[in-house]
Design a protein around this ligand. Sequence first.
Ligand code: IPD
Ligand code: CA
Ligand code: CA
Length: 269
Amino acid sequence: MLDFVELLARRSGELLLERMSQQRTIGFKSTDRDIVTDADRASEHWLVETIRDQYPDHAILGEEGTGDLSLLQQTGYTWVIDPLDGTVNYTQQLPFFCVSVGLLKDGKPHAAAVYAPRLDEMYKACIGEGATLNNQAIQVSQTKTLQDAVIATGFPYDKHLSERDNLHNFALFTKKVRGIRRMGAAALDLCFVASGRLDGYWEEKLHPWDMAAGILIVQEAGGTVTNYSDQTPRLEDGHIIASNSSLHTTMKELLQPYTQQHQLSYPPY
Ligand code: IPD
Ligand code: CA
Ligand code: CA
């Protein structure tokens, strides 16, 4: 099964690369900052057709209109796919974009692949079998304190409209850490925690397809993933803390006042 998950992520990633130099058509979704391109749609179309050919009885939830959130509660297999994570980077020719393919079994993470074609990096995990980057086992970092840590986050597409814009938390963490990054692709941020390049990551207003694969990859690399309230993350939460485990309590405590003050509901906008 993991071979098929890998094939999906790799081939659709290659498709994205092939289309990169072509003329783009750009549309808007939730806000005027939230874009979708011909490449996002073509990638999802190929992924859905390929999964349906191979596993006609499996459910599919995809960012660009395939399925709906009720599928996350379903028994059996459900594919949760982001056909292009990091669309803004893609349109700017920045290399941090990927395809994220998560496979749930009875609503729980089962297998995952995230492929970043410009970096030629394939992250994979299967439940209980560890995580790999280009077939080499990966582990989270050993960093013990925030002052020695490099962490990442992201900002929602309604940041210009909503008080929940992550700017307060960004300022808070920036003062505490060695370095902070905003790479622009949530699934890759999670994989960078898994491979030890980042020591931690937090973000809110995410969608199930941003997190479905990355959560398993971090966990299988020895990291900890919760929602902001320190619970086992559900894909419908939209808020996530992923860390090398050592930093988890500190990160959660720093976010606590914010978590208590705001209603972190899903869908976020
Ligand atoms: C976005 C990216 C970004 C994150 C946004 C996501 P998209 O996904 O992962 O890093 O900050 O919240 O929506 O739109 O490029 O698939
Ligand atoms: Ca995404
Ligand atoms: Ca996307």
